[in-house]
Design a protein around this ligand. Sequence first.
Ligand SMILES: Cc1cc2nc3c(=O)[nH]c(=O)nc-3n(C[C@H](O)[C@H](O)[C@H](O)COP(=O)(O)OP(=O)(O)OC[C@H]3O[C@@H](n4cnc5c(N)ncnc54)[C@H](O)[C@@H]3O)c2cc1C
Length: 454
Amino acid sequence: MDNKKYKKKIEKILPFSFMDKINRIQFVYKSLKIVLIVGLITFLIWFPHMVRSHFEIYLFLSKASALIGLCLLSLTIILSLRNNFVESFFGGLDKVYKAHHFVGIIAAIVILLHPIFLIVRAIPDWDSTLVYIVPGMSTSITYGILSLYLMLILLAFTLIIKLPYKIWHFTHHFMGVVLILATWHTLASARHIIEFPLLGIWVLLFASIGIISYFYTLFLYRIIGPKFRASVEYVKIKGDITEIKLKTIDKKIKFHPGQFIFIKFPTLENSFEMFPFSISSSNSEDLIRISAKMSGDFTSHKLPKINAGDKIYLYGPYGKFGEKYLFEKKDMIWIAGGIGVTPFISMLKHKNSSKYNKINFIWTCKDEKSAVYDKEIKNIIKENDNINYILWLSKERGRLSAKAIMDLCHPGEKINDKLIFLCGPNKMMMELSDQFIKMGAKPNNIIFEDFNLI
Ligand SMILES: Cc1cc2nc3c(=O)[nH]c(=O)nc-3n(C[C@H](O)[C@H](O)[C@H](O)COP(=O)(O)OP(=O)(O)OC[C@H]3O[C@@H](n4cnc5c(N)ncnc54)[C@H](O)[C@@H]3O)c2cc1C
């Protein structure tokens, strides 16, 4: 199979493409490092106890995979906490969710090895083998079997069977139940956890933090998370975009340009769910603006029915997209695809935008009709000599490429240390990143915001 076909096949199974160099550098390697550290520490704590007892290879491997798998499963849930420190480590919540997904897959594989080694050890004694497959034959093992089957069903919903996002999201919450059952199984069936205090403390601490994180994300986040009450002040439909201006009620939300918020709309259907939207206004304005493209059921049919005066809840802010823009003094290339323009508008409106180095800003849209913020952008930058703005209409000029950008913005120049900001369809961002890297861009100088959290 050639490389492209192989890549496509993998992308079908995995809902994100960690095969792209930029993804590998920005979250896959970091996730692998954490997985290795957690796995190694668990192994080192447990290994001395194991060698002291009677050594059996399959038992050894099955217990190692169980303990490491449990810690990795907890880690997966801890990663979904929307924690600021974790977000900074990965460079944005979109990357944290991808890391969560990636670590989750590794955890599942390691956990799956546990019953496989036990079954291989038991074969050909079928009675002993069935104990690991059929629930109810041994109480303590039953918790483990239920945990495993539930995990496999939930994994199938994530990797193989494509469910509508809302249904998938609902089912995904049950991963916490997998962790609770797995912890219960470990406590009930693994005596060495109780016998060896250091091992017990390490594994149970991990599992407890994972379980607490699960209940926090499921219930407590909505109450004690970074929550702001707000009212809708203005709603306008611009083509296929619902533009909403919001005013926070009790306290002001402090955000950096380029950040996003999760919004809960209690007056609309799906009132339990929260939707992420980048802020497209400046942090010095009174009202917060979001611009939501009609892309799915909620944004096309429910959100446009929101009315001025409706009360909503904001959670956040999140995102590290604008951070390098604020703090690094380098020439920049900004590339927005379609609705991916929203964080850039907030960055353009920032009071310091005229003080930065040269910024070439390319917004690619299908046609003139869809470029609803063209006038607004031209207005914002008219006094900023350092910003060169280009509207790229793909219907007329074809697909945007890194070469076309360099020819337009930096003819004859090398990419050197320029910062490249990308926000738009995932495919566009990955293709352009690859092209820029081939031209000599440093992968860490490519900053992207992915509007897909899975
Ligand atoms: C960091 C970030 C910033 C974003 N900023 C903007 C923006 O400024 N303007 C804009 O138009 N869109 C933005 N989006 C995308 C927007 O959140 C989705 O288009 C919207 O949630 C789709 O909802 P739907 O029910 O209409 O579509 P669906 O067809 O149900 O979903 C389409 C896709 O949107 C995502 N999605 C749906 N619901 C949720 C949810 N509750 N939480 C997380 N993801 C969800 C899923 O990946 C799903 O596959 C942003 C997304 C992210 C992650």
